[in-house]
Design a protein around this ligand. Structure first.
Ligand SMILES: [Zn+2]
Length: 449
């Protein structure tokens, strides 16, 4: 099983049994009108101890198991209870997360023991701390040793625990048209280029990769493939090289202007990274690229109209890809325009593609509420101060986070050759986590995140 899905499944198992603080809503007329009449009712909106890790604060389904930061909290054991600061760590959790070689495979980072063979009434027989680790002898005779940094992370608020798990931006920059004066760039052959590329993606949502040879598409394909070791395949293929030529029959579909949108809303998991490299443009002009920071506009909407933000965060929308013969793709469920981490309330994904939109998951008579909210977000996306326009040039790959940044382009004439590809979200975030925190820290964080 992939590490990322394993860590999520693991997190779900160890999440404290605290009742949901946001009532599950069914999509009835009554619930929608209640939703409209009482913004933020029944939903916690909390500040975070690590302010710069927050993308967009919205709603949280769980109460945190801890109070405040635990980064330097003492680890103490007394009367059959281990505590980090004031947070009690249950014996079943400790024993289930024993890191000894019988219980845990150091190389694969996988659990080896049978969780359900652990006695339900397991007790601490004795314990000893050396200041950095605590050794425990259990009532069933098993011996464990726990690194205090792991215990502190296990006791930390969800927002702290999410940073490495999700590879969150530590210094996010929300931008508008002014980014044109100094867009993030990394020469592809710079030292530590991959780390800088992905750091830009995390902080800005996009980057240019410069100094890329453009005599053929191959160097671009190699650079994009090197992010995760492979590219995302879709029904269109993987790496593509696309030439639009006025002489060809499909011109009408290939040189028209495209409004800012995110790609592949019709997949259960939309493409993570997307890349464009303009290899050549001859006998014509136009075709400037448009980028819009979807998170920045979401923040603007949230401050201007919390109710509209909430509707776009709660009402699921369906999408489809049906234009190719033999293809009828739809996500396994509807998703809202704004998707958040249910544990932390952080905005993680914007889905915005009016062309591919299918049903709105509201009783049909209620759909004007969604349209009204979407109209407000659309107006923000189209404000001049939020639009970053750039003419792509050969030698520079534009790489962006399709879960955050919307893209479009102006109409153009002439013959353009563009190449590009997708990289899935889990795969590029995995590479980023390793580049940023290293294998060991990323692996150590899994049990407690
Ligand atoms: Zn063990």
């Amino acid at each position: 099983m992939a590490a990322s899905s394993r860590s999520l499944a693991f997190w779900q198992r160890v999440a404290p049994r605290v009742p949901f603080c946001a009532r599950e809503r069914t999509r009835t007329c009554a619930s929608v009108s209640r939703l409209q009449s009482s913004p933020l009712s029944g939903i916690h909106s909390r500040s975070t101890p690590i302010a710069n890790a927050v993308l967009v604060k919205t709603q949280c389904r769980y109460k945190s198991s801890s109070v405040g930061s635990t980064s330097s909290a003492p680890v103490e054991t007394e009367d059959n209870v281990l505590r980090v600061g004031r947070v009690k760590i249950p014996n079943i959790w400790l024993r289930d997360n024993c890191q000894c070689s019988t219980c845990f495979h150091a190389d694969t980072k996988q659990r080896l023991h049978d969780t359900f063979q652990i006695p339900h009434n397991l007790r601490i027989r004795s314990s000893e701390s050396d200041g950095k680790t605590t050794a425990i002898e259990w009532s069933d005779g098993h011996r464990s040793r726990y690194d205090h940094s792991v215990l502190r992370q296990a006791a930390a608020p969800f927002k702290e625990r999410a940073i490495i798990r999700q590879g969150l931006a530590e210094e996010p920059v929300y931008w508008g048209s002014e980014i044109a004066s100094s867009p993030p760039k990394v020469p592809h052959d710079a030292p530590n280029a991959m780390r800088k590329i992905l750091e830009n993606i995390r902080n800005y949502g996009f980057t240019y990769i410069t100094n890329v040879p453009f005599h053929s598409p191959t160097p671009t394909e190699e650079i994009l493939t090197s992010i995760a070791g492979f590219l995302r395949l879709t029904h269109y293929g993987g790496f593509y090289v696309f030439t639009s030529d006025l002489a060809s029959a499909d011109t009408a579909y290939t040189n028209i202007a495209l409004e800012a949108h995110t790609d592949t809303t019709y997949f259960s998991e939309p493409a993570g990274l997307q890349a464009f490299h303009l290899l050549s443009h001859t006998d014509g002009e136009g075709g400037a690229s448009l980028l819009v920071d979807g998170f920045k506009c979401a923040l603007d909407l949230k401050s201007q109209d919390p109710e509209a933000y909430r509707i776009l965060s709660e009402v699921n929308v369906h999408a489809h890809a049906s234009g190719n013969k033999g293809i009828s793709i739809q996500p396994f469920r509807g998703f809202p325009v704004f998707s958040h981490d249910p544990a932390t309330g952080q905005l993680l994904q914007v889905r915005w593609n009016s062309s591919d939109r299918a049903g709105i998951e509201l009783p049909i008579a209620e759909t004007p509420k969604w349209y009204a909210a979407a109209r407000k977000y659309n107006a923000l996306l189209k404000k001049k101060r939020n639009e970053y326009w750039e003419q792509l040039t050969p030698g520079n790959i534009l790489l962006f986070d399709n879960w955050r940044v919307l893209h479009g382009r102006s109409a153009f004439t002439g013959k353009r050759t563009i190449c590009g590809a997708y990289v899935s979200r889990d795969d590029w975030v995995s590479r980023w986590k390793i580049e940023r925190w290293g294998d060991e820290a990323a692996g150590r964080a899994i049990a407690a995140s």
